[in-house]
Design a protein around this ligand. Structure first.
Ligand code: FAD
Length: 408
């Protein structure tokens, strides 16, 4: 590999960090420059709505790698710097400083941003989104025990923050537009499980409820709901999903459709440009459809594939998707994608207690598992999914039968 070649990485998040390190490991001898618009070195985002919000971890604790690791790998960072445009003909990127940098290969690791609402009062103080460490620092200023907080959106981020705020002593209400929490991502049994636990913990959950406006003078004091009710609120967190950062790619003429379109080798429609993570949509071999994933697993695994591609070691991306969520003492681990399932089998008692596993089947084959405080079911579930295993459903449903027996 030529030493004079330069790879520019846009985005210093999970995918950007993994890509840069993997690129060096795979034998890229040239320069690697990572450009990121945040001020910090890449950090883990999942703890933001969990241990960082709870005050158990600091910004330093969640760095993906210490700076020494990047120095050793001769990876340069340009932080607090935004790439404004890409000129594919000249192979140049333009920075917000006005500077232009040449590249031989480019990696688009631009991630995603929080979806925002355009409602009256949405810019009042006390109303927050949660995507970055800076957001958490702002939110923490409004966390006060016994005061009312409203979470807009009953997805993972909404429920995780609800759990943390509740443990911090706030009076928490979750407002969800759909008929159940986690509707987009889990089966009704899992939604009911989470709704029950949150209610037991003292969180109020309002489903089938929209938000019409935020009220307050300077700082938010109330949330107006679609049913006419008014919820007192001194802290609001809006967690209604993300939007992939595809504008740079689209403006540069790359193919974009709900994500930067990449092939199984993480190549964009310009083969000098790879892309990975939240900002991409790829054809998934395992699930035989185009998907856009929003997870650390996808950002890291796809970034490794992108690095191999640029080093001429093409390997298709076919990792099993997995994800996790921590709420109170509940550790949820998810493997596979459940969309399109035709049968659900649960192990454990969904109406009481703090542990449950749900297996999603299609045509008798396990395609996904959600395991709450059941790490064995998660581990073995992964193997059953990868093996496209047909299992004895009665045994699967019977929590007294060791899950390992199903592998035989
Ligand atoms: P990002 O981490 O978003 O990084 C992209 C970076 O690129 C950002 O820093 C962005 O500012 C920067 N950037 C964008 N455009 C430009 C530009 N033009 N110039 C310079 N820089 C630019 N996933 C899980 O698997 N499990 C969890 O429990 C979990 N919890 C989460 C909790 C929270 C609060 C959040 C916000 C996310 C969570 N996720 C979780 C999702 C996970 O963090 C993301 O899937 C992951 O961060 C994606 O990595 P990425 O590198 O693709 O994007």
């Amino acid at each position: 590999m030529e030493r004079s070649k330069r790879c520019i990485v846009i985005g210093a998040g999970h995918a950007g960090a993994q890509f840069a390190l993997s690129l060096r490991q795979e034998g890229w001898a040239g320069k690697i420059i990572v450009i990121g618009d945040e001020v910090r070195l890449p950090y883990h985002r999942p703890p933001l709505s969990k241990s960082v919000l709870a005050g158990e971890k600091s910004a330093e604790d969640i760095l993906i790698r210490p700076s020494a690791v990047y120095e050793k790998a001769d990876i340069a960072f340009r932080l607090a710097t935004r790439v404004e445009s890409i000129d594919r003909e000249k192979r140049q990127v333009a920075l917000d400083s006005g500077e232009r940098l040449d590249y031989d290969r480019l990696a688009l690791m631009t991630g995603s941003r929080a979806r925002r609402v355009a409602l009256p009062g949405a810019d009042l103080a006390g109303i927050h989104y949660l995507r970055s460490i800076t957001d958490v620092a702002q939110i923490k200023k409004d966390v006060v025990a016994d005061r009312p907080a409203v979470i807009v959106g009953g997805g993972y981020i909404g429920l995780e923050t609800a759990a943390v705020l509740r443990r911090a002593g706030m009076q928490v209400t979750v407002v969800e537009l759909m008929e159940r929490v986690l509707q987009r991502v889990t089966a009704a049994a899992l939604s009911a499980f989470y709704q029950r636990v949150h209610t037991e913990e003292g969180v109020k959950i309002l489903c089938n409820t929209g938000v019409e406006a935020f009220v307050g003078s300077g700082h938010v004091s109330e949330v107006l709901c679609s049913d006419g009710s008014r919820l007192p609120a001194e802290l609001v967190i809006i967690g209604i999903g993300i939007v992939p950062n595809v504008e740079l790619a689209a403006a540069a003429g790359l193919k974009v459709d709900n994500g930067i379109l990449v092939d199984e080798f993480a190549r964009s429609s310009d083969h000098n440009i790879v892309s990975a993570g939240d900002c991409t949509r790829h054809y998934n071999r395992l699930y035989e459809r185009w998907i856009r994933l929003e997870s650390v697993q996808n950002a890291s695994d796809q970034a490794r594939i992108a690095a191999m591609t640029l080093c001429g070691k093409e390997k298709p991306y076919e990792a099993l998707p997995w994800f996790w969520s921590d709420q109170y003492d509940l550790k949820l681990q998810i493997a596979g994608l459940s969309q399109g399932y035709d049968e659900l089998i649960t192990r454990g008692d969904k109406d009481s207690g703090r542990s449950l596993a749900a297996f999603y089947l299609k045509g008798g084959v396990i395609i996904a598992v959600d395991a709450i405080n059941r790490p064995t079911e998660f581990m073995l579930g992964k193997r059953l999914i990868m093996n496209k295993a047909k299992v004895d459903k009665d045994k699967l449903a019977d929590a007294s039968v060791p899950i390992k027996a199903l592998l035989e």
